[in-house]
Design a protein around this ligand. Structure first.
Ligand SMILES: Nc1ncnc2c1ncn2[C@@H]1O[C@H](COP(=O)(O)OP(=O)(O)OP(=O)(O)O)[C@@H](O)[C@H]1O
Length: 236
């Protein structure tokens, strides 16, 4: 059996005495593409931040890339993390940001140029990151998060607010990246998008359903779409 890249059990996190993630268990091996799906405020971002080593779980156990999740030793350099906030340097141009990112990861200088071509960023090469439109900024963020070919890629609502063409391109790159043998976790509240993912966990108020396929969830609800299945669950 393949060695897990992530194997965590019973993760929980509270802020100000309110539990926002409760008893979440995730196991990922190379090639997995898992969607964390559900309404705003359900705990998806907090889960991703715990996997990224940015938030320490209050309880739970297990490892992320071999490091104990509660010991604060997760090697963040081996993780690609795309947050909902625009996390690159606004005053640097696109190529400068990618060069900087490449340098941090010890990549050859050619890596940034390769990424420009791969993700169709030539038109904005010399533009300051802070002046990009939302769609271009997301593309650049995605390029930065995969530049170092991390074995674990965590994407928080990567397609939120994007037009249909950019969204389709981004999903294409996400699927392609998962196919290279890394594990990818992607959060989304867009159920039509989630329906295309091979595996999902449905979040509601900090609790996540067992991992399943969209088809199984639709079938179990006797519904015709993931959206209808989730609505049926919410009204049950
Ligand atoms: N650092 C924090 N301090 C206090 N509360 C927080 C903190 N981080 C998250 N929360 C709260 O935890 C809850 C879960 O938030 P989280 O961002 O994990 O959900 P989400 O499913 O990703 O939602 P969204 O889709 O809106 O990003 C929310 O009510 C949020 O306000």
């Amino acid at each position: 059996m393949a060695e897990p890249l992530v194997e965590v059990r019973g993760l929980a996190k509270a802020f100000g005495g309110r539990e926002v993630v409760c008893d979440v268990t995730i196991r990922l091996v190379a090639g997995d593409l898992l969607g964390l799906v559900g309404a705003n405020g359900g705990g998806k971002t907090t889960t991703l931040r715990m996997l990224a080593g940015l938030v320490t779980p209050d309880t739970g156990s297990g490892t992320v890339l071999g490091a104990a999740i509660r010991a604060g030793r997760i090697d963040r350099r081996r993780i690609g993390y795309m947050s909902q906030r625009l996390a690159l340097y606004p005053e640097l141009t696109v190529i400068e940001n990618l060069h900087f990112h490449g340098q941090v990861h010890g990549l050859p200088r050619t890596a940034a140029g390769d990424a420009l071509t791969r993700f169709g960023l030539e038109a904005v090469t010399a533009q300051r990151f802070g002046t990009l439109s939302g769609g271009w900024a997301r593309r650049v963020q995605f390029a930065a998060s995969v530049l170092h070919a991390p074995p674990l890629l965590l994407l928080d609502e990567p397609t939120a607010g994007l037009d249909a063409v950019t969204r389709a391109a981004l999903w294409g790159w996400i699927m392609q990246f998962a196919g290279t043998g890394s594990a990818v976790v992607v959060s989304t509240h867009d159920l039509a998008e989630a329906e295309r993912l091979p595996q999902i966990m449905l979040y509601h108020d900090g609790r996540a359903s067992a991992r399943t396929t969209p088809a199984a969830m639709i079938g179990a609800a006797g519904a015709t779409s993931l959206e209808a299945a989730v609505l049926a669950r919410a009204q049950a």
